[in-house]
Each structure stands twice: as structure tokens, then as C-alpha cells.
Design a protein around this ligand. Sequence first.
Ligand SMILES: O=C(O)CCC(=O)C(=O)O
Length: 285
Amino acid sequence: MLLSEEQIRHFEDWGYVVARDVLGDAELEPVRAAIAAAVDDKAHELHAEKEIVDLYETASFTRRLVKISQETGTEAFSWNNQVFSRAIYDLLMAPAVLDVAESLLGPELTVNGDYWVRPKLPGGRLTTLPWHQDSGYYGPASLAVPILSLWIPLVDVDERNGCLKVIPGSNKWGLLPSQSNGTHLEPTEDVEARAEPKSLPMRTGDILAFGQYTFHASGENSSEEVRWSIDLRYSPTGYDMEWLFERYPGFIARSRKNPNSVESWEMWRGYRQSGRNVTDEPVQV
Ligand SMILES: O=C(O)CCC(=O)C(=O)O
């Protein structure tokens, strides 16, 4: 279902909108299964390397990586390649997800290949993100392209486990200067002095949409479970995306003008396997 005019106006005025209760288990369970398989692979790899003595096979979706990380003493960053799968393609192509993207970008939609699964661990530093604008990470080439993020929680989120926060209205500020703190980008000025931030508690099934200029951040996870989420990105078809696609190939996901141009899972998988340089370096936004 397309967003209402009121929701679209909220996005245009404030730089974000939360669409409630849009997705169900049919869309989310296959993604959770793909993540669980990636965690299982990781556990077996670490076990073979004698980094862990227990595979923690009976631990739940939200606890297994906590136990593994406690034993190795290491943190997880964000995952792209590790979870590349048909399940991710199906979520990117889910009509309910594409309807949100179409409402905000129009009906000609290209998926940007830089989706990220975020294993935000209890107390994790790497996945506690300071205020940033996605175009700060993308760089100047991104300024010519509308880029929409759809942030999807895979567990219920609130301030306790590090839900997303936004600065409403920051979408109208343009790109502000930022600098690296060694791990992440940070704005060079105190952006909270410009406008009041807003925390966005969400339930599974909700989708948060925001644009590339909207300041967003996520706090520390002070629960005992992983705050799993996935963020997807879309642009209107027809823009030069080579600066991104050479690392994270995307594909045409929806087209009213030319429905035959929509690209299949096999095609996307081919783009990823054709020698383009997909990495998991921390260029994520
Ligand atoms: O999931 C998070 O904590 C941060 C997400 C983010 O910064 C993004 O989706 O651009």
C-alpha cells in the first residue's frame, strides 16, 4: 500500500517517516533465517579455528552472537556479503517495501546494493553510530542522486536496545562538514544545538524511511540481546550509480514504464559474482 499524502508530507517536511505495521513474518522470517545461517557459519569457522569451544547451537536468534562474542572478546560490525541471499533479494522486492519506496521516489526504482544487516551487540561500540548524514559517507557523487534508506527492525526496538534517532528537519540543512573519529564520521558542529533529536521506538513490521541528508544516529544497546536490523537503499532509476555499483551492484526493482526491465535474483547474483569488488569494509552509512 502506498503511503498516505500526510505521511509523504511528513517525510518531505521532516526528512523521515515511520510506516507502522507494514511487514509480517512472511517478509521478515526468511531474512532472520539467512542471518541465523550466517551466524551458524561464523560459529563453525571460529570453532574450527579454536577461537570458541562451544557452538551455542541452542541459543536463540537474539542471544547466539552475544555468547559467541563474549567468548571471543570481539565485536561484529555491519554485514553485507555475509548475508547476501535470495532472502535479501525477496525483501528488497517485497511489494510492501517497494510501495514505501515508490511513495517517496516514484515508480521507477533501483535498489542500491549497499544494504546492511546490523548486529548491534549489548554494549557494542562499533555499531553505536554518532550523528551522520548518509551522503557524508557516500561523498560528492551522491549529491546528484536521491537516495532513500528504509530501516527495518528485526526485533522490537526502543532506547534501551539502541533504536534509531533522527533530527527532524535536518533534511533541509544540506550536507554539513564531518570528520572521522577513527571508526565513524561525526559532524564538526554540535547538531543537537540546531534542533531537538527524536528517538524512534519501533516494532517489527514497521519501516522507517529517511533521506541522505537526514541526520540519524543510534545509541548503545544496553539490553542483553542483539538488536538485529536491516537497512535497504533505493534511488530512482536512471542516475549514474557506478561510483556505488562498482562495489555494491544494485538492480532495477520496479518499473511502471518498462516492467520487463526489472532484474531477477539470478541477474543480481551474477552482478555480484562478476568480479565487482564487493567488500565489507566500513563504508556503510
Ligand atoms: O542501524 C543503525 O544503528 C544505524 C543505521 C544507519 O546509520 C543507517 O541505516 O544509515
